[in-house]
Design a protein around this ligand. Structure first.
Ligand code: URA
Length: 261
């Protein structure tokens, strides 16, 4: 196995990071400094030390994370808590988020050290469906729903953004539904009128444009108050997993997402 692949699968860092470690002379194999990231090693027999620590080859890892609001989907950030900050130090080296959710979006986020898996899931050509639950201020009438389902143009973008599925599960005014909405939302909401219309539903898209769900709903006059990703393809967020916690995907779950490609 190549040394850089071995290190990336040993929680030492991403492929890019570990290549730099190797080039900078920070990796030894059987007490010998190796400067070539492509060097072939025997992962069962060789002793590999990276940054002074012996590595253990964990192989590829796949985690389901229940992202809470208030953290950014990044490996590092100067100002804000990141999704990686929720992981034990033993688990987080070398893993990265698959795609991204906005800071205020909750729900299903996958993290892995498997670049190919991530690429296949996120590539726009693969059209993998992602479903979001939302609460929004506004109304979704039949005309708005038809627009979203047939494709809506987003500012400064040529291609239409399409809702593959759209299901409204709740409609009413804020006053009547506030007990359901308010516990989900961290920020204060100032309402012009308690008769403000609100709507909840599930929207499925197959791309991952920036703020896509928020922008699509805004185009039909609905403003997201709460957004949560509930599924990627057939893989659903494990609702028994508390917010801010993660667990390894089961073999079946990994296959479920892999077979989407
Ligand atoms: N669409 C959004 O607007 N935000 C997200 O975080 C994900 C999809």
């Amino acid at each position: 196995m190549r040394l850089d692949k071995y290190l990336a699968e040993s929680a030492a860092g991403t492929r890019k990071v570990v290549r730099d470690y190797v080039k900078d002379g920070k990796v030894t194999v059987n007490d010998q400094v190796i400067l070539n990231p492509a060097e072939e090693i025997d992962e069962k027999a060789d002793t590999v030390i990276c940054l002074g620590r012996e590595t253990i080859h964990t192989g590829k890892v796949y985690y389901m994370f229940h992202k809470p609001a208030g953290c950014v989907t990044a490996r590092t950030d100067e100002d804000c808590r990141t999704v990686l900050d929720y992981f034990d130090p033993d688990h987080r080296a070398g893993i990265f988020p698959v795609g991204r959710l906005d800071k205020d979006t909750e729900g299903l986020l996958l993290l892995t050290n498997d670049g190919e898996f991530s690429h296949n899931l996120m590539h726009p050509d693969k059209h993998i469906e992602k479903t979001y639950f939302f609460w929004a201020f506004g109304r979704l009438n039949e005309d708005s729903k038809a627009k979203l389902l047939s494709g809506i143009s987003l500012k400064s973008e040529e291609d239409l953004a399409i809702a593959y599925k759209l299901e409204v599960v709740e409609e009413g005014n804020y006053q009547d539904l506030r007990e359901r909405i308010e516990p989900l939302i961290r920020r204060d909401i100032r309402m012009n009128s308690s008769r403000q219309a609100v709507v909840a539903g599930y929207l499925t898209i197959s791309e991952g444009r920036k703020h896509q769900v928020k922008r699509m709903l805004k185009e039909v006059g609905c403003y997201i108050a709460y957004l949560k990703r509930v599924s990627i393809g057939e893989l659903y967020l494990d609702e028994a997993l508390p917010k801010g916690q993660y667990r390894e995907l089961t073999k079946e779950e990994i296959e479920l997402v892999r077979h989407l490609n």
